[in-house]
Design a protein. Structure first.
Length: 409
């Protein structure tokens, strides 16, 4: 029997849909497998035509082996076999020669590196094979820029991770940072930025992390990034910085745990300093601003609780010092009249609070009253205009002559 053409249309589109569904689900399951194993697995040790770790460890597994560079620097070339096995690469079964891919036997190929640092930088290229995205990001970091400018000591992969004893930092399934990683981070940066670490350690953020293992506070990388750390002293970084703080300080769930206001960004933006900074950020993100951003008042690595009785900003003297960096003539009364993100309450700025409250009711009250008056008036006018004409009652003409009515009007 003959089918109507729309029947075949339905059948064929159903077939196409089914086909697409099959393709999509198989792609999805493939990408699911991919996310479980985001790191490209290079050849596993058994497949590797190379050299077993034992070969290398025959010599390098011996303690106290050293090599002396022509300039007199001494390099420790002993590897602790046990610690290597416990590292993330050791546990994964990775072989020495997967990183040292140009070494097969002794004597080794001669490198042009004639200082320990030059050797480190050269061997760090090996991370690229398997961690290309971290490697590529790193090219844009302040550290790479500093190295390019001749500061060889600026951090490269193994300065932060170590070479042979690198540990897992993220959860293998969720890819989130492990709790111990957050503590490890500032300690790692401290190797070279110790003065900043010492400040951070005693700040409201750093002390919460390091003393209480609080996972809500920022470590160095929440503010700076990791592999592509940008220069934090640029105008663009400064203008964007309120958003950096706001990421957490407008998070209601997070701030509720500490009883902190989430209105700090809004009240800052409403203030003249913040209004200008926000405008600049939108219109010309690279222009310098001399208006205060969050850290001009609160500090950067040394942020303290505002309630702190010696260092807190609620103390007029402490706040005044901050104002004076830009308003050098400010006297003790200068900050008094300024509200920024104080939220007026019956005990703080009671006058402002009650005036606000008054206006909250007064203005809607007045406007509402006016609106009612206008509406009544309008209603009246409409009513007057359209009200049904009073049809004069059919009265006996003799008793109500028209002349009498005219005399009334
Ligand atoms: C017979 C002992 C011996 C064996 C086996 C050995 N090494 Fe070495 N290795 C040395 C010595 C000695 C040095 C010091 C520099 C030199 O003499 O070239 C060294 C230096 C190194 C260095 C520092 C860079 C350099 O060349 O200066 C690396 C990396 C290295 N070895 C890796 C390996 C790896 C990987 C293996 C296994 C494939 C291995 N070694 C096997 C003795 C050995
Ligand atoms: C994950 C990559 C990786 C693996 C795996 C690896 N190395 Fe290295 N190795 C490096 C890097 C990078 C350096 C330079 C590190 C530095 O100077 O900080 C290095 C340096 C060395 C040195 C020079 C001394 C030093 O510590 O700087 C020796 C010797 C060495 N490796 C031997 C070995 C042996 C033996 C194994 C296997 C047990 C091995 N490596 C596994 C990456 C690796
Ligand atoms: C200034 C210190 C620093 C330098 C330099 C650095 N890292 Fe990291 N790296 C970290 C920190 C901190 C983390 C944990 C934070 C994260 O995962 O976002 C991390 C995470 C990682 C991870 C695991 C998470 C991920 O992103 O896959 C890998 C792999 C890694 N780094 C490899 C590298 C390689 C390769 C290099 C060199 C090209 C490098 N790192 C340079 C500090 C550094
Ligand atoms: C041969 C490939 C290979 C090379 C080369 C390599 N890695 Fe890895 N790396 C891996 C794999 C695979 C993992 C994940 C292991 C696992 O999941 O157990 C890993 C894990 C890591 C981690 C932990 C990641 C996390 O999410 O916690 C760090 C840090 C790391 N590597 C740093 C380095 C550094 C630094 C170098 C260069 C010195 C390097 N790797 C070279 C394959 C490699
Ligand atoms: C191995 C040493 C070393 C380690 C570890 C290290 N840095 Fe650096 N860092 C440097 C050097 C050197 C510079 C360049 C300083 C300069 O230009 O005066 C630098 C520059 C910076 C800058 C830019 C400073 C500026 O004035 O522009 C920032 C931000 C920074 N590092 C953050 C970090 C963070 C965050 C970590 C930890 C995740 C870290 N660094 C780990 C050595 C290190
Ligand atoms: C709450 C955010 C925040 C945290 C956490 C933080 N920083 Fe910063 N950092 C900043 C800001 C903002 C600047 C820019 C300051 C300026 O304009 O001078 C800065 C500047 C820097 C600089 C360059 C200027 C200087 O003073 O030398 C370095 C280096 C640095 N930070 C390292 C670190 C390290 C290391 C840690 C962790 C111990 C850390 N920071 C934690 C926000 C932060
Ligand atoms: C990763 C989230 C996060 C970021 C980013 C962050 N903070 Fe915080 N901050 C917190 C948490 C959580 C607390 C509460 C810690 C506690 O009380 O133990 C806190 C506390 C504070 C306090 C103390 C409040 C009080 O009086 O008790 C101030 C001030 C502060 N932060 C300012 C800033 C500034 C300014 C920035 C940006 C430069 C910033 N924070 C960035 C999470 C963050
Ligand atoms: C002009 C100075 C100034 C600027 C700019 C400023 N603050 Fe404040 N901030 C203060 C003062 C003063 C207090 C204490 C007032 C209070 O809460 O009673 C305070 C209080 C806070 C508190 C504690 C709130 C609470 O509930 O106790 C946080 C958190 C905070 N500020 C974060 C920020 C953030 C984030 C920014 C930028 C978006 C910022 N501040 C900008 C001066 C400033
Ligand atoms: C980073 C620098 C900086 C800091 C810190 C700072 N201000 Fe300002 N503030 C400015 C600039 C710039 C202006 C705009 C001045 C102008 O246009 O004449 C301004 C304007 C003002 C004005 C508007 C009236 C005027 O003089 O034009 C007040 C009020 C004010 N600030 C109060 C404060 C108070 C209170 C503090 C301390 C809690 C403070 N500022 C901290 C930079 C700053």
């Amino acid at each position: 029997m003959r089918r109507n053409p729309s029947y075949w249309l339905v059948i064929s589109s159903a077939a196409v849909l089914l086909f697409m569904l099959v393709i999509l689900t198989s792609a999805a399951s493939a990408s699911g497998a991919q996310t479980l194993n985001t790191l490209p697995q290079q050849a596993t040790p058994t497949e590797l035509p190379g050299v077993a770790n034992e070969t290398c460890l025959q010599c390098h597994g011996q303690p106290n082996q050293t090599y002396t560079f022509a300039n007199g620097e001494v390099l420790d070339i002993s590897i602790n076999a046990q610690d290597y096995s416990a590292s993330v690469h050791g546990r994964g079964g990775y072989a020495c020669v997967q990183c040292h891919s140009d070494i097969r036997a002794y004597p080794h190929p001669k490198y042009s590196a004639d200082t320990a640092r030059a050797l480190t930088l050269k061997l760090n290229e090996s991370c690229r094979t398997c961690h290309a995205s971290n490697y590529n990001q790193q090219q844009f970091s302040v550290h790479a820029a500093a190295r390019a400018a001749g500061k060889e000591e600026a951090a490269t992969c193994t300065d932060c991770h170590g070479s042979h004893y690198a540990q897992r930092l993220t959860d293998i399934k969720t890819h989130k940072l492990l709790p111990q990683t957050r503590v490890w981070i500032p300690q790692t940066c401290a190797k070279c930025h110790n003065a900043i670490y010492q400040k951070y350690k005693t700040s409201v953020h750093g002390s919460a992390l390091l003393d209480e293992n609080n996972q809500d506070v920022p470590t160095c990388i929440d503010c700076h990034g990791v592999h592509n750390i940008p220069n934090p002293t640029t105008a663009a970084f400064r203008l964007k910085s309120p958003e950096l703080c706001a990421k957490c300080h407008t998070d209601k769930a997070k701030m509720a745990r500490y009883g902190l206001s989430t209105n700090v960004l809004n009240s800052y933006v409403a203030d003249f300093h913040g209004t200008t900074v926000q405008l600049f950020e939108k219109e010309s993100p690279d222009s310098e601003t001399n208006k205060a951003v969050c850290y001009d008042c609160h500090g950067i690595h040394d942020i303290q609780r505002t309630k702190d009785t010696t260092t807190g900003l609620r103390l007029q003297e402490n706040l005044l010092k901050r104002c004076q960096t830009c308003h050098p003539d400010a006297t003790i009364n200068f900050p008094t009249a300024w509200l920024s993100h104080y939220e007026p309450s019956p005990d703080k700025f009671p006058i402002v609070y009650y005036v606000n409250l008054f206006y909250q009711f007064f203005i809607p009250g007045v406007l509402g009253f006016m609106a009612i008056l206008v509406a009544l008036d309008f209603g009246r006018k409409v009513y007057d205009r359209f009200k049904p004409k009073k049809t004069p009652p059919p009265a006996p003409p003799a008793e109500n002559p028209p002349a009498k009515e005219a005399a009334h009007g």
